[in-house]
Design a protein around this ligand. Structure first.
Ligand SMILES: *Cc1c(COP(=O)(O)O)cnc(C)c1O
Length: 377
């Protein structure tokens, strides 16, 4: 019995008919890009995401890029974000010539630490070289960042807030979807994300009509009145109709999958109770995670190697998200960060690893995973 890290095959069995008829419909009507499926998807997901508007686009990376462009980010701007995330979060800031300023993380939630955000904002202001322009918070592993504190800190300093909800579509913070926070929230439909398509896709969520219009224009080369009237610089950020058809089929079972993810996570929590030295993830009171990953902390870097080795010996996959924090990436050498600059993030990166996690994981498979963690080899 091999245990997949993410089981998209079992999921496909659940949605096969709906996916095939959805794709068939696209092949018949022939509007392969930005067809009627896009509007239907945008309406359904905006309602679910608890925003007035949703703008489908080509990837989570494009969603972030479009949001940053709409918010006028450019050279000389500082955008505060977490170093413990996927490269796209900061990369899009750099692509626009702005400077990512990395903020340390909370040791329990692994998300941006609001107290360190305050310190980093003060530092940038004191140096006087960059304009404090905005904050990108990430809901890592499907768990919401602390929006009450982060949003207040951003707005008190005249900054925008972008929610990088690439891993958290569906998650809630004190009863509200994470996608309902910020000036724009961005998600990804990459196949491995909680709601994924069969290729690349993404979406921006916003409440303001102006923001919606800006995002729609930027999505199609800065279009104005029509396709060949260009009023600003934009990108080709369109979503394919086939991917939207896939998402419509998968969205129908998504709330049920969220419940199953909760059950799987709760079962891991129970099973891991008597595994010495591992810290299972914590979901703070009032939060609901969508469990994009189930990530544990080992006691040390060596302990992590030992635990992952035990899993590997039993052919059970485990992955490190993320082994190198962004401030220590080669691509960001020019920013001048040194090891030790963001100590909580660096410590977490040296000890964290993720177990197989998906809605179709059985109790038996989970018992096998945890037994392997306990085994001696
Ligand atoms: C996946 C991811 C992205 C990028 O999404 P793509 O669809 O792969 O471009 C951005 N931010 C985070 C936190 C992600 O996990």
């Amino acid at each position: 019995m091999s245990i997949p890290f993410i089981d998209l095959k079992s999921q496909y069995r659940e949605v096969e008919d709906a996916v095939k008829s959805g794709i068939d419909a696209v092949l018949e009507h022939g509007k392969y890009v930005m067809g009627p499926e896009i509007t239907e998807l945008e309406e359904k997901l905006a309602a679910f995401a608890e925003t007035k508007h949703a703008v489908g686009c080509a990837s989570g990376t494009d969603a972030l890029l479009m949001a940053l462009m709409a918010l006028g980010v450019g050279p000389g701007d500082a955008v505060f974000t977490t170093p413990f995330t996927f490269m796209a979060t900061a990369e899009t800031v750099s692509l626009l010539g702005a400077t990512p300023v990395f903020v340390d993380i909370d040791p329990v939630t692994f998300n941006l630490d609001p107290a360190d955000l305050r310190r980093k904002i003060e530092e940038v202001k004191e140096k006087g070289k960059l304009t404090c322009k905005g904050v990108i918070a990430v809901d890592l592993f499907g768990l919401s960042a602390d929006y009450d504190r982060i949003e207040q800190r951003a707005h008190n300093n005249g900054m925008f807030l972008i929610v990088d909800a690439a891993q958290s579509f569906g998650a809630t913070y004190h009863g509200k979807r994470t996608t309902s926070f910020g000036d724009v929230a961005c998600t990804s439909f990459f196949p491995a994300k909680p709601l994924g398509c069969y290729g690349d896709g993404g979406m921006c969520f916003a409440n303001s009509d102006e923001m919606d219009a800006l995002l729609r224009s930027i999505r199609v080369h800065g279009s104005g009145e029509d396709k060949y009237d260009n009023v600003r610089i934009g990108i080709n950020g369109r979503l394919d109709s086939m991917q939207a058809a896939v998402l419509l089929a998968k969205f129908a079972i998504f709330p049920g999958e969220m419940d199953r993810r909760d059950e799987v996570a709760a079962r891991y929590g129970e099973l891991l109770h008597d595994v010495p030295g591992v810290t299972p993830p914590t979901v703070p009171e009032g939060y609901r995670s969508v469990w994009a990953q189930y990530s544990l902390l080992a006691e040390s870097n060596e302990h992590r190697e030992e635990l992952m080795g035990r899993l590997k010996a039993k052919d059970i996959p485990s992955v490190i998200y993320y082994p190198i924090p962004l401030h220590l990436q080669t691509a960001y050498k020019n920013l001048g960060y040194q090891p030790g600059d963001l100590p909580v993030c660096e410590d977490v990166a040296s000890r964290i690893f993720s177990l197989p996690m998906h809605p179709y994981l059985t109790a038996e498979q989970q018992e096998t995973v945890v037994a392997a963690l306990k085994s001696s080899c």
